[in-house]
Write a protein of this length. Structure first.
Length: 506
């Protein structure tokens, strides 16, 4: 699918011996016929253009194809022939025209150009695939400096305008502001590509600086490549008052607010559908949400890219700084000049003219880097393995304490029948009954035991140790228990002795 719009042999133009000539011809044809106003040149005009390129760049050919320093100028005359500007006819010009026709025929055969017939007239055109490829190559051949100082401000202003849209807005010009979301996403994508281009250019400059053989070449490469030809022309402004961090939070917040505002998203979906960007309202809402999410994620993650750019810049400047620093220590630096002065002073002392000359100086004490205590210990012979009893597993006192606390917590959070019975005995008088709504809870243990008794009353599955002494009855028709600890349905607690006595009297 990547090459469906390109001829299978399209890239042979850039893989042969004369690739630079083919590139120059394609760029010239693109700029002359296919980049501005619509033009439909004839094959003779295209051949004339190729001849002009060969005449302007004679160094693109090897010695066997040399046509001389100056080729005669030719002009198109009619549909069938090309005449020369001068009356003289030379062998070099004939060879140049023949090879220009060969270049034209190869460009036709490789799919870069195509001929079309309109009646008796034959014109030359460039199809979509080759046109897009040569358009990108032409942009690389020009100034590729990245200037996006105002791009961040434009994205923020577009999102602020979109945020003000509501379904009540009926003016078409105001509603068409919704399409600025797609344009903002395209600008953000261009911004990301620009950051990657800057990072790649810094790597190229670092290689150029470090590959320099001499100090002068290294400094020249630094100032020409880094200072003069860096892709980011507004590097200083980006790192100062116009830094993307200045509006990053604002843009991220705007994108999030628009995404979570249903009226604004409805307007975006309608305008996306009206502009043909999306086939339906649901697809329009989804596309608008994707655009806003892309803007939010891009500005949320630009920090890492800027950190890499700043790191490369610091490394490059540090290497140049070290180059200058250590260059002073060479024969032409301070050390070399100081050594020359010392030798001159020695010659003056040798002549005896300044026998009593003295100079105050401080010398560092000499220290030997060798010592018997600095040697690495010699390797001892390997000891054979001996059978020994396994030691006890090491214990961690803190782990044991935490384990015991966990067991205590489990036993307390889930009280057993003994704790529940003890609580009920404290709350219910001997031989009597009591409703849960009148029970007062004082401690955490009272709350846990009360909650366990409530669950037993609801489930009717009372343990034998509790059922032997108490009867728990659920009472939904009575007022509930309501305290600071909890609010729950009421239930009744009766002692078995009172229940048995009441049955006896009955």
């Amino acid at each position: 699918m990547l090459f469906r719009y390109l001829h299978d042999d399209a890239f042979l133009a850039f893989s042969r011996e004369h690739k630079h000539l083919y590139a120059a011809c394609l760029l010239d044809l693109y700029e002359r016929f296919f980049s501005g106003a619509p033009a439909f040149p004839t094959p003779q005009e295209v051949t004339h253009a190729i001849y002009d390129v060969m005449r302007a760049h004679p160094t693109l050919w090897n010695e066997n194809d040399d046509f001389g320093d100056q080729l005669p100028e030719v002009i198109s005359a009619g549909r069938r022939r090309i005449k020369r500007a001068g009356s003289s006819k030379s062998e070099e010009s004939d060879r140049a025209l023949d090879i220009a026709r060969q270049v034209y025929a190869r460009l036709l055969g490789w799919g870069w150009l195509e001929e079309e017939e309109y009646g008796l007239r034959v014109t030359v055109d460039m199809s979509m695939g080759p046109l897009l490829v040569i358009q990108r190559l032409a942009s690389l051949n020009k100034d590729v400096s990245q200037r996006f100082g105002g791009l961040i401000v434009t994205v923020r202003l577009n999102l602020e305008a979109v945020e003000k849209l509501t379904p009540d807005v009926t003016d078409r010009k105001q509603r068409e502001v919704a399409l600025a979301v797609r344009e903002a996403r395209n600008q953000v994508d261009h911004f990301t590509k620009s950051l990657r281009a800057i990072l790649s250019d810094l790597k190229r400059i670092r290689r150029a600086v470090m590959d320099s053989k001499t100090v002068g070449d290294r400094l020249e490469a630094f100032f020409e490549e880094f200072v003069g030809q860096l892709l980011l022309r507004d590097f200083e402004s980006i790192l100062t008052f116009n830094h993307p961090y200045r509006f990053r939070d604002a843009i991220v917040d705007l994108a999030r607010r628009i995404t979570h505002t249903p009226p604004t998203m409805q307007v975006l979906a309608e305008e996306y559908k009206a502009a043909g960007i999306s086939p339906s309202l649901s697809e329009g809402a989804r596309d608008a949400e994707d655009d806003l999410l892309a803007i939010e994620s891009t500005f949320g993650q630009i920090g890492e890219m800027f950190e890499r750019i700043e790191s490369f810049r610091r490394q490059l400047e540090g290497r140049v700084r070290n180059t200058i620093k250590y260059a002073e220590r060479g024969s032409q630096g301070l050390v070399g000049r100081a050594g020359d002065i010392v030798r001159r002073l020695d010659r003056l002392l040798a002549l005896g003219r300044h026998a009593t000359a003295t100079m105050e100086w401080s010398l560092e004490p000499l220290r030997s880097p060798w010592s018997e205590y600095q040697h690495a210990p010699s390797r001892e012979p390997r000891r054979p393995m001996e059978a020994q009893a396994l030691g006890e597993r090491p214990t961690d006192p803190l782990y044991e304490i935490r384990k015991q606390l966990r067991l205590d917590y489990i036993s307390r959070i889930a009280p057993g029948p003994a704790q529940i019975r003890s609580f009920l005995e404290r709350q219910v008088p001997g031989g009597g009954m009591r409703e849960a709504r009148f029970i007062s809870l004082q401690t955490v243990d009272d709350f846990l035991a009360f909650d366990a008794a409530r669950r037993l009353a609801l489930g009717k599955d009372v343990p034998a140790e509790i059922a032997k002494h108490f009867e728990l009855e659920f009472a939904p028709g009575t007022p509930p228990h309501d305290s600071e600890w909890l609010r729950c349905a009421n239930f009744i607690i009766r002692r078995r002795a009172a229940t048995a006595m009441r049955r006896t009297h009955a």
